[in-house]
Design a protein around this ligand. Structure first.
Ligand code: NPW
Ligand code: K
Length: 525
């Protein structure tokens, strides 16, 4: 599924209207009808609703919703803004006024009667440019989150970044919340990043007939896009991915093994391991690389630590890699197709081995200690190339790209605010490698500007020791099989989250690789 920035959304909307095939009021009617329809599905018995309408087109949607709910037997109270909301919203407000009054959007008016069964938040959507202030902010603060239906987003959320304008990025004290958010055409980055998933509640993406224009805009390179950026691909929505047929067949295509084949034709991955007593992380990675279907996986600790790796899995091959010349010699075998360096490796060892690993031009996952080594030595970063995948969490990202991370620290005063997507993209362009910025909202960015967002807010158990090691191994295993670096990263985060979801609370990282056969069977791979 494609994710659109708010600028792209506006451009597609105006392209559709310019084409003459659809008018602004028609789009607004469809948007309002989609929300009203979702409300009636979720609350089948007509009740009482308070609809809050803001100063622009989000408010226009609100007037449509108010009218449709009223027609369906609901008792509806509308609070709205004075002033000119633009022609389409003004028309919808006029239509509503024939049915009922528009009370002022003030705390006094809001509190003058009980809010009813639901509150519809149609105050700000994609047009939010600054933090809600004064009376509007006071009304929004009074909304009972559990009964709020948000139009496009809870008002105050920046849909490009997932931050609440004017508030610190972390911490959820007093933040707006909705039980249900109905957004139009495509998810926006802010639905999936940062606080977005927590404040939006259940997210429904409603088709309002803009598909043909979205596809026009999505075709071609970045220069053809309304905001100059290539389209994004939401590689998985937390709840839908396992059931989504198209997503499953996409995963299957990436995972397809061609038979008959020799084990080498499924690729050989090398997982570099650390010294005595530090081998667990690399073994987790190796196990994951085997499970995702690499034909062969070799673990490469220094000779003194080789004996530690004698235990299972027996499918794993072991070979000592003491120093860079040993690694270069191994990489002389062209069948060795991907490298994983970092988990439990030790920073000094990673720094010593990185030039040979990067110089080979092989697909290479850089994780953990390899990222620390990279951050400490700019010369190492010069060796990065497009087949490298860097897998920093927020802390590692801040060490690698301190200036970009600092942009994420500032309290966002204006929209669109800087997002994890923006900084990951900039980091990828700067270092010329794929950057997987890990978190509950992972972003995968490719140097050419393509990017993916993977939201896994529903699997908090993934934040556990060794989880990242297994992810690095999955990426390396997929790349050994010939999957392109950015697809390998995408595939790995999806499978990793699916495995965690199926294990649930109590998960330890060792469980993740061993859950893969069931996950792969489930998607028909
Ligand atoms: N795209 C589509 O396909 C479709 C979109 N539709 C709907 O339109 C919505 C976008 O509408 P929109 O552009 O009018 O913006 P909206 O969010 O209503 O903001 C209103 C105005 O408020 C202002 N403003 C901003 N921040 C402020 C603040 N803190 N305090 C006070 N004022 C503030 C700002 O103007 P400014 O003052 O910055 O000049 C802005 O213009 C979208 O979310 C969806 O619901 C559907 O109807 C049809 C299909
Ligand atoms: K809203």
């Amino acid at each position: 599924m494609e994710i659109l920035s708010t600028a792209q959304m506006r451009a597609i909307e105006s392209e559709a209207m310019t084409s003459g095939a659809i008018t602004g009021p028609q789009l607004m009617e469809r948007a309002g009808a989609a929300v009203a329809g979702q409300i009636r599905l979720a609350w089948p018995k007509a009740g009482r609703a308070t609809v809050l309408c803001g100063p622009g087109n989000n408010g226009g949607d609100g007037y449509v919703i108010a009218l449709l709910l009223r027609r369906a037997g609901w008792r509806v109270r509308v609070l709205g803004c004075d002033g000119d909301p633009g022609p389409d919203a003004a028309e919808m407000r006029r239509r509503w006024r024939q049915a009922g009054p528009v009370l002022p959007l003030t705390p006094q008016a809001f509190l003058a009667a009980p809010p009813g069964d639901i509150c519809v938040d149609a105050v700000f959507g994609t047009g939010l440019t600054r933090p809600p202030a004064r009376e509007i902010a006071q009304v929004l603060a009074l909304l009972p989150g559990e009964d709020v239906v948000a139009v496009d987003c809870p008002s105050g959320l920046c849909l490009d970044s997932g931050v609440l304008l004017g508030r610190p990025r972390a911490g959820d004290a007093g933040m707006p919340r909705a039980r249900l958010t109905v957004a139009f055409d495509s998810p926006k980055p802010g639905h999936l990043l940062g606080l977005g998933p927590a404040v939006c509640g259940r997210l429904v993406i409603a088709d309002i007939g803009l598909g043909p224009w979205r596809q026009t805009a999505a075709r071609g390179g970045p220069e053809d896009r309304p905001d100059g950026r290539p389209g994004l691909v939401a590689i998985a929505q937390p709840a839908t991915a396992p059931r989504d047929g198209a997503a499953r067949s996409g995963l299957r295509a990436l995972l397809a093994k061609h038979s008959p084949a020799h084990k080498f034709s499924h690729g050989h991955a090398l997982i570099l391991a650390g010294g005595v007593g530090a081998g667990g992380a690399a073994r987790l990675a190796a196990r994951a690389a085997l499970r995702i279907g690499a034909g062969l996986v070799t673990i490469g600790p220094p000779a003194e630590a080789l004996a530690e790796h004698a235990g299972p899995p027996d499918a794993l091959m072991r070979r000592a890699v003491d120093a860079a010349p040993d690694l270069s010699a191994m990489l002389g075998d062209a069948r060795l197709r991907a490298i994983c360096i970092g988990p439990g490796c030790g920073t000094r060892r990673a720094a010593a081995l990185l030039p040979a690993a990067l110089g080979s031009g092989r697909p290479c996952v850089l994780d953990a200690d390899a990222l620390t080594a990279l951050a400490a030595d700019a010369d190492l970063a010069a060796g990065l190339h497009a087949a490298c995948v860097l897998t920093p969490h927020a802390g590692e990202f801040a060490r690698l790209f301190p200036d970009l991370a600092a942009r994420l620290d500032a309290v966002p005063a204006r929209g669109p605010a800087v997002s994890r997507l923006d900084v990951a993209r900039e980091a990828a362009a700067r270092c010329g490698a794929v950057v997987l910025l890990k978190g509950p909202d992972s972003v995968i960015a490719v140097p050419d500007g393509r990017a993916m967002i993977h939201s896994a807010v529903d699997v908090p158990w993934l934040a556990t020791a060794g989880s990242g090691d297994s992810l690095a191994g999955l990426i390396a295993g997929a790349m050994a099989r010939g999957v392109a670096p950015c697809d390998a990263a995408g595939l790995a985060v999806i499978l990793h989250a699916m495995a965690a979801r199926s294990i649930g609370a109590g998960l330890i990282a060792d469980d993740i690789p061993d859950r893969l056969p069931a996950i792969l069977r489930g998607i028909g791979a």
